[in-house]
Design a binder for this molecule. Structure first.
Ligand SMILES: Cc1ncc(COP(=O)(O)O)c(C=O)c1O
Length: 473
């Protein structure tokens, strides 16, 4: 893969139109599909692509740009007054897991994620003319919020195209930050095409949320802070979506601490970097719904990939159940409200993917906290189910006085908490009995097993529902 350094490339880049997919001889181009995020590849011939497709000049498959340590340090200098220097503190998990774990709390940035760093740097690096005309991007949430907020603070007009499925909370937040919010496009692929077209037509500067070199450099400033805050780090674990965060952080850390391992983590539902590594180049990977929506980028960036690969020590794909459990654990043990992407590093440790670092010092990037309330509730419940702490069963008890009370008392005596209970008679053959359905909460998997044993000893008809989420046995 041919590469060139950022600084030589930035000044002259302009949005260019190329023939529509229908007009081009091949739709996907040499390096596979180009942009699509959460949807069809950008080149796919849909009704919307009869017009010429606009190409982002900063993300060129044939000329990927690798950022340097100097790019990251100049970003750090420029943004230092506009973003938080977040804490990186020893975690309560350290004693439980026998690993010296530190949490870099990037969810404490004003808009709830690290995305502010890259956004602010990219905005500060615009020419006066570009600042006046404004910028545009497509995003499901965190990048849009970072860009909107810092655009507002710096007096630069920001337009964000958010797909129809973006969360209402995130859309509203961008509006609160005075951005021009366009809610259009079934998915990120479509939103990006719309944003590129608007950029072309209105002379706005398009800022890709993970592959623009200034974005990667800005995210890299986290790495500089980590090395200042924690000494002798054995590994830094970085959640991966489009790859901009890991590209920047790896550039900073490998330069200052070459022996520190850089570990990437993806959700099993969107393993785009893992597939890119197998393919030896970014490739389109259809994403599924994931708890870690911040990581749902179907194709990693060309610049991010080229920058990261030489610095990467390991890439992990983690199951969703572990992400749910990590969200739950971060609330319970650390009092941190974190989104799925932010919990991915801890998920990898809980799942045993980093056992080689037992007894060593590991920094986890807790990179975002923007989880909407409904999703948060679901994650907590899923986490509890995954840990075997939520149980569901049906039991047939006497319909005589005290039959249901006996069951409730038995559960109470075991210290089990009933969350939901209902009983029905109409469909039971035996007129003297009633079927009771219970959802209950236990302390842990051992406690659940004790409850199951006692119920089986007490009642002849008891059925426990399968727990497809359970990961503890
Ligand atoms: C909270 C959070 N973590 C991690 C990532 C991944 O960052 P990148 O796309 O630069 O790999 C994102 C991306 O949006 C995010 O929002």
């Amino acid at each position: 893969m041919q590469v060139s350094s950022v600084t030589t490339q930035m000044a002259s880049a302009k949005l260019t139109a190329r023939p529509s997919a229908a007009e081009r001889p091949t739709a996907a181009g040499q390096n596979g599909h180009e942009a699509g995020v959460n949807g069809a590849p950008a080149g796919a011939p849909t009704a919307a692509t009869t017009e010429p497709e606009i190409v982002d000049p900063f993300c060129n498959a044939d000329n990927p740009q690798i950022i340097t340590f100097q790019d990251v340090t100049s970003a750090a200098f420029k943004i230092r007054k506009g973003v938080e220097l977040t804490p990186c503190v020893k975690s309560h998990f350290s004693d439980l897991i026998d690993m010296d774990i530190y949490l870099k709390k990037e969810f404490l940035q004003f808009t709830g994620s690290f995305k502010e760093r890259g956004a602010r740097y990219a905005l500060l690096m615009l020419s006066d003319e570009q600042k006046k005309t404004g910028v545009i991007s497509a995003s499901l949430g965190n990048h849009a919020q970072g860009l909107s907020y810092h655009g507002w603070k710096l007096g630069i007009p920001v337009t964000v195209v958010m797909p129809l499925k973006a969360s209402l909370m995130k859309i509203q937040k961008c509006r609160n930050y005075h951005a021009n919010v366009v809610v259009q496009g079934a998915d990120m692929g479509e939103a990006k095409r719309i944003a590129l077209k608007m950029a072309h037509d209105r002379g706005l500067t398009y800022i890709n949320g993970y592959d623009h070199p200034h974005i990667m450099s800005g995210q890299g400033t986290i790495g500089l802070e980590i090395v200042e805050q924690v000494s002798d780090i054995d590994a830094v674990v970085v959640p991966v979506g489009g790859g901009g965060l890991i590209a920047g952080v790896a550039t900073a850390i490998k330069n200052l601490s070459p022996n520190t391992k850089i570990i990437g983590v993806e959700s099993e539902k969107c393993p785009s970097f893992t597939r890119a590594l197998e393919n030896k180049s970014p490739v389109f990977v259809a994403n599924q719904e994931t708890l870690a929506d911040g990581l749902a980028v179907p194709q990693v960036g060309y610049n991010a990939y080229a920058t990261t690969v030489p610095l990467l020590d390991k890439m992990i794909v983690v199951k969703e159940e572990w992400i749910a459990l990590a969200i739950l654990r971060l609330v319970e043990l650390e009092k941190c409200v974190v989104e799925g992407a932010g919990a991915a590093g801890l998920a990898a440790i809980l799942a045993g993917h980093l056992d080689e670092f037992i007894g060593k010092r590991v920094v986890l990037l807790i990179c975002g906290g923007n989880i909407d309330t409904t999703m948060f509730g679901k994650c907590l419940e899923r986490g509890m189910a995954a840990e075997g702490r939520l149980q569901r069963f049906t039991v047939t008890v006497s319909d005589g006085p005290g039959g249901v009370a006996k069951l409730c008392n038995l559960l109470a005596s075991l210290g089990v908490s009933i969350k939901d209970i209902m009983h029905e008679r109409a469909f039971i053959r035996d007129i003297h009995h009633v079927e009771v359905k219970v959802i209950c909460e236990t302390r842990d998997w051992e406690h659940s097993k004790e409850m199951r044993r006692v119920l089986q000893e007490t009642y002849s008809k008891v059925h426990f529902y399968d727990m497809p989420m359970a990961i503890t046995e």
